[in-house]
Design a protein around this ligand. Structure first.
Ligand SMILES: N[C@@H](CCC(=O)N[C@@H](CS)C(=O)NCC(=O)O)C(=O)O
Length: 209
């Protein structure tokens, strides 16, 4: 929405204690939702495509083949997010090492897509941020935080993905998409989930939650 310069209000939902009004309107009980007038939209990709249709500039490519490729890579996000997220959510060292091997498989795929692009960086399709960037950015952002704790540097073996992540995470449309205390909240969730990554959190304020 920041890429489109749309005016909007954000309401953050505590997913550990979802309010009734939210459960009443969210078909899967999940975030994000977008409320447009009295209509509720759900599922990130559906929301992103809706915004792309109604608010210029169009971020999806005009060319139907490129658009289909972009959609296909956006469809891969749930697998990618699960594979990368599993590193941070592992409960012990063995689980983490297995998760890293598994994440390599997902990273090889996206690295291949980045290598074979028509136009290189800073974004997925070249100069302009697109919906593929918007779809992957949250998971690369979370992975960078996990790596701050575990220091595995898994992305170093995937230089195109690594530099794509750097470009996305230095873009203010991505940075401002999360609240100021996001790192603290994310780390607290790693502790709550009793993760291996959480055992590396030093900050006593977070650890005390
Ligand atoms: N496919 C959905 C996935 C949404 C999703 O998994 N949201 C998570 C947070 S990132 C959530 O709301 N989890 C709460 C729950 O499952 O109870 C989308 O892309 O919008």
């Amino acid at each position: 929405m920041r890429a489109k310069k749309v005016q909007f209000d954000v309401t953050y939902i505590n997913l550990l204690d979802k309010p009734k009004w939210f459960l009443d309107i969210s078909p899967h009980g999940k975030v994000p939702l977008l409320i447009v007038e009295d209509k509720v939209l759900f599922e990130s990709n559906a929301i992103a495509e809706y915004l792309d249709e109604v608010v210029p500039p169009q971020l999806h490519p005009m060319d139907p083949i490129k658009k289909a490729h972009n959609r296909a890579w956006t469809d891969f996000v749930p697998q990618f997010a699960k594979a990368l997220g599993a590193i941070g959510y592992s409960k012990n060292l063995d689980e983490m090492n297995e998760a890293i091997l598994n994440a390599h498989k997902a990273l090889e795929k996206i690295e291949g897509a980045l290598i074979n692009r028509d136009e290189h960086g800073p974004f997925f399709n070249g100069k302009k941020l697109c919906l593929v960037d918007a779809a992957y950015a949250p998971f690369l952002q979370r992975y960078r935080l996990i790596d701050k704790l575990l220091n595995n540097k898994v992305l170093k073996d995937f230089p195109y993905t690594d530099s794509w992540a750097d470009n996305l995470l230095s873009d203010e449309r991505v940075v401002l998409a999360v609240p100021d205390n996001f790192e603290e909240e994310f780390f607290a969730s790693l502790i709550r989930r009793k993760t291996y990554a959480g055992s590396f959190i030093k900050d006593s304020n977070i650890a005390a939650e």
